[in-house]
Design a protein around this ligand. Structure first.
Ligand code: SAM
Length: 248
């Protein structure tokens, strides 16, 4: 049945997300961008898929004038949050963003390794759901607002977008799930949709967002077998700092 909803990750996969993904180099980048964009340091942020709140806590501790909200559809992860009077938690899915945040504006909206989880029943619907999430988030931005996106970027050897499609088909298949679970794919059966750098740029363009800065982090090593099987070229973490296009 195609109910056109984002697929919900199982508890086993969700428990593995109880960690902090942003490393010291990535954190330094975020701080530089925040300091440059919000020199008064008094901004309010929304962390979409912010899970256990470790990233939000780091922002709140570094910027005492900031306030933050975390949206996540996994109550297990939200329950791990430290309480903080400047932090609000909302249990819900990104696809209900517009209904959940009526009359709300944010200076900064984070998508830290979450967009690749907004998986629907087909590749096309999934790509659409990623673009729609960005469009709906951009409608919540204040006039000085930015969206910050960390993603694992998968570029193919010759065909840049091919690994994205292969990985989606393999991980979203329910038939193949037992096999890929054994191989360590925590999203097997549910699916994951990583994109190439080119695809992300196209997605931002579609969402009428302007990439003002893009940063590549260290390349990941893969065995030759994985490289050939998945057609993997350059794989690394990438960071996009984007804002709304000023319409003339
Ligand atoms: C890989 S984890 C990243 C967690 C956190 N952003 C970080 O960087 O540490 C993905 C997160 O996205 C959340 N997520 C997945 N699908 C979601 C949805 N439809 N709506 C809101 N959050 C979602 C998961 O529950 C999880 O917390």
């Amino acid at each position: 049945m195609n109910n056109n909803k984002i697929r919900q990750l199982n508890n086993q996969a969700i428990e593995q997300f109880d960690q902090e993904y942003v490393n010291d180099f990535q954190w330094e980048k975020i701080q530089n961008l925040i300091n440059k964009s919000f020199p008064q340091n008094n901004f309010c942020f929304l962390d979409i898929g912010g899970g256990n709140g470790k990233f939000a806590d780091r922002i709140l501790a570094t910027y005492p004038l900031s306030t933050g909200t975390i949206l996540d559809n996994a109550d297990i992860l939200l329950s791990l949050n430290k309480t903080d009077p400047r932090k609000k938690l909302i249990l819900g899915s990104v696809e209900d963003l517009t209904e959940l945040f009526v009359n709300c504006k944010y200076d900064l909206i984070f998508f830290n390794w979450t967009l690749h989880h907004f998986v629907k029943d087909s590749y096309a619907e999934t790509r659409k759901s990623q673009a729609e999430s960005l469009i709906n988030a951009s409608n919540l931005l204040s006039s000085i607002g930015y969206i910050s996106v960390f993603e694992n970027i998968y570029d193919g050897i010759f065909f840049k977008n091919l690994p994205s499609y292969i990985i989606f088909c393999l991980t979203s298949s329910k038939t193949l799930a037992p096999f890929f679970k054994k191989m360590g794919a925590n999203t097997a059966g549910c699916g994951v949709c990583f994109l190439s750098e080119k695809q992300w740029h196209e997605t931002f363009k579609k969402a009428e967002l302007l990439v003002s800065e893009y940063t590549n982090f260290d390349q990941w090593p893969f065995s030759i077998v994985h490289r050939l099987f998945l057609h993997l070229g350059l794989v690394r973490v990438g960071h996009f700092w984007v804002s709304k296009k000023v319409l003339k």
